[in-house]
Design a protein around this ligand. Structure first.
Ligand code: HEC
Length: 146
């Protein structure tokens, strides 16, 4: 049950966000109603992927946990496309950014049928992924991960 106060607070947040949206020139944050934009956007990835240590693979895609520093197509137990498997890609912020922009422009026969053409949205998503697994990210940065 929402208290009256909380309901009003939520309504104000929505109204403020809508007003900002209408102004057209709003800070991007306003579109996400105060939530972490990366987390909200990553919700789309979750249609296919999981992103938790030790989780089973997602409905269509592999578990992305530990992806920073990992060679492409090496999450155990997921059946990748032969093209991604042969690609020789190692996942870094740079390669992930290129991948999310348009996976099929890079690996035409990949099974991933999804793209994030918006620069800002890709940045939010990668920021979310980095922060969620900051230890894995730092390890990858230091090249300690095989
Ligand atoms: C419609 C389903 C779908 C959506 C949505 C989707 N993916 Fe994927 N993704 C896949 C599939 C399937 C693969 C395996 C590709 C292959 O084998 O060629 C994949 C592979 C990947 C890989 C490579 C993983 C590895 O182990 O090499 C990354 C990274 C990735 N996706 C990130 C994302 C992110 C981030 C999002 C959200 C912005 C996303 N994906 C959205 C289906 C999806």
């Amino acid at each position: 049950m929402m208290t009256g106060f909380r309901r009003i607070t939520v309504l104000c947040a929505v109204a403020a966000a809508l007003a900002l949206c209408a102004a057209g020139d709003q800070p991007a944050q306003a579109q996400y109603f105060g939530m972490d934009p990366g987390e909200v956007l990553f919700g789309e990835c979750r249609e296919c992927h999981t992103f938790e240590a030790g989780a089973p693979h997602g409905k269509k895609g592999p578990n992305l946990w530990g992806v920073f520093g990992r060679p492409a197509a090496t999450a155990v137990g997921f059946e990748y496309s032969p093209e991604l498997t042969r690609s020789g890609i190692v996942w870094t912020e740079t390669t992930l950014e290129k991948w999310l922009r348009n996976p099929r422009a890079w690996i035409p026969a990949t099974k991933m049928d999804f793209q994030v053409p918006n620069d800002e949205q890709r940045e939010y998503i990668l920021e979310y992924m980095r922060n969620a697994d900051i230890a894995g990210y730092m390890k990858a940065l230091q090249g300690l991960k095989e």
